[in-house]
Design a protein around this ligand. Structure first.
Ligand SMILES: Cc1ncc(COP(=O)(O)O)c(C=O)c1O
Length: 380
């Protein structure tokens, strides 16, 4: 019966990150630098709050948008951290991870034929959702601009059909982020056009030398901000994300969310409440550890004469293939076969990522050191 299935769904492939991970999972003794999830446990007080929530019977459906206490805490959090103002009653939705927030935002905005501008290379979680809506992903080439999608880069890609621009900064897979001025210029370009910005700010707590700035501060009425606790509080498995949008957009997005999942897990929501209140700064010690690793990995990669942009945040390096290699997949397969170090081929992050490989440094210093020693020996 496969032939009667939706061709838009059939044309979508499983993520290149997972595909490569599965390919190398059976090679014994492999050090995998492939997965982008924090290697720290969820803070103890958050786990305790979840246990308490179960004991106290927080085990039933919540408001579709999430517990009001949690929505209030989420609004306070982004107000205090990023100076964003949203109403807890009607401008925030608690989602099943940022992934669901991506899905419901696109499904609310996109009609078949609509165009979505994304920076390339980019996180592979957007393209399939865009395609399944019958819309068209349009990649703006950022490779010659230090992976930054600035107003200048965006402008030539805007057409009558453009309905949405994705701004995923700090970026997975490149780690770069945009400055306040760069965001302001994009806001000026988009203002008064029929275009909505989806700002995926899931790595906002992991920006090293500068303050995280959200484009919603310049273009609130045309921006949907996505965030969540997966990266900031090391809570990938709890599946809690947040979507912030002006009330006139949020009321429609909420319908898609409601018919999709009803509400996010009640127990995870109680854990999230603890995370955003008593764990307001839980990301800080993790961030300082990531920063030490970033500096270490950067130094090592430079020592190997590999070309790389120093990341501003998140926990990834997007490294140019060494001389003589053209295919990311071929390089990563050879690397894993000869050294038992697995990195993600760059083309998992759109065609513009071909010619690169991604290293995640959400791994211990010992693991990173061993992996980099092996890569260095291989390159020699
Ligand atoms: C840029 C980006 N957005 C969204 C997600 C998904 O986050 P979540 O685990 O909250 O669904 C990820 C996960 O790696 C990501 O890198």
């Amino acid at each position: 019966m496969e032939h009667i299935l939706n061709p838009l769904v059939k044309s979508v492939e499983i993520s290149g990150i997972r595909r490569f991970y599965n390919m190398v999972a059976d090679i014994e003794g492999t050090i995998s630098l492939t997965i982008g999830q924090p290697d720290f446990p969820t803070p103890l007080h958050i786990k305790e709050a979840a246990k308490k929530a179960i004991d106290e019977d927080y085990t039933v459906y919540t408001h579709n948008a999430g517990y009001i206490e949690l929505r209030e805490a989420a609004c306070d959090y982004v107000k205090q951290k990023y100076n964003l103002s949203y109403h807890a009653e009607n401008e925030v939705i608690v989602t099943t991870g940022a992934s669901e927030a991506i899905d419901i935002a696109f499904r609310t905005i996109l009609l078949p034929g609509a165009e979505v501008i994304l920076p390339g290379p980019v996180y592979p979680g957007y393209e399939p959702i865009i395609k399944m809506a019958g819309a068209v992903p349009v990649y703006a080439d950022t490779t010659e601009n230090g992976f930054k999608m600035t107003a200048q880069i965006i402008q030539p890609y805007i057409t009558e059909a453009t309905r949405c621009i994705v701004l995923p900064y700090p970026s997975n897979p490149t780690g770069v982020t945009l400055t306040s001025k760069e965001l302001q210029d994009i806001a000026d370009l988009i203002r008064d056009k029929d275009i909505i910005i989806i700002a995926d700010e899931i790595y906002s707590e992991l920006v090293y030398e500068q303050e995280h700035v959200s484009i919603a501060g310049f273009l609130r009425e045309q921006t949907i901000v996505l965030n969540g606790l997966s990266k900031s509080h090391s809570m990938t498995g709890w599946r809690i994300g947040f979507l912030f949008a002006p009330a006139n957009l949020c009321q429609h997005i909420l319908k898609v969310h409601q018919y999709n999942v009803t509400c996010a897990s009640s127990i995870s929501q109680m854990a999230a409440l603890e995370a955003l209140t008593n764990g307001f700064d839980d990301a800080l010690p993790m961030k300082s550890e990531y920063m030490k690793r970033r500096d270490y990995v950067y130094e090592r990669l430079q020592g190997m004469d590999l070309q790389v942009v120093k990341p501003d945040g998140a926990f990834y390096f997007f490294v140019k293939l060494p001389e003589g290699y053209h295919s990311s997949l071929e390089f990563c397969l050879e690397l894993v076969r000869k050294t038992k170090v697995a990195c993600v081929p760059g083309d998992a992050f759109s065609v513009l990522g071909n010619g690169y490989f991604r290293i995640s440094y959400a791994y211990s210093m010992d693991t990173l050191k061993e992996a980099l020693d092996r890569i260095e020996t291989f390159l020699k």
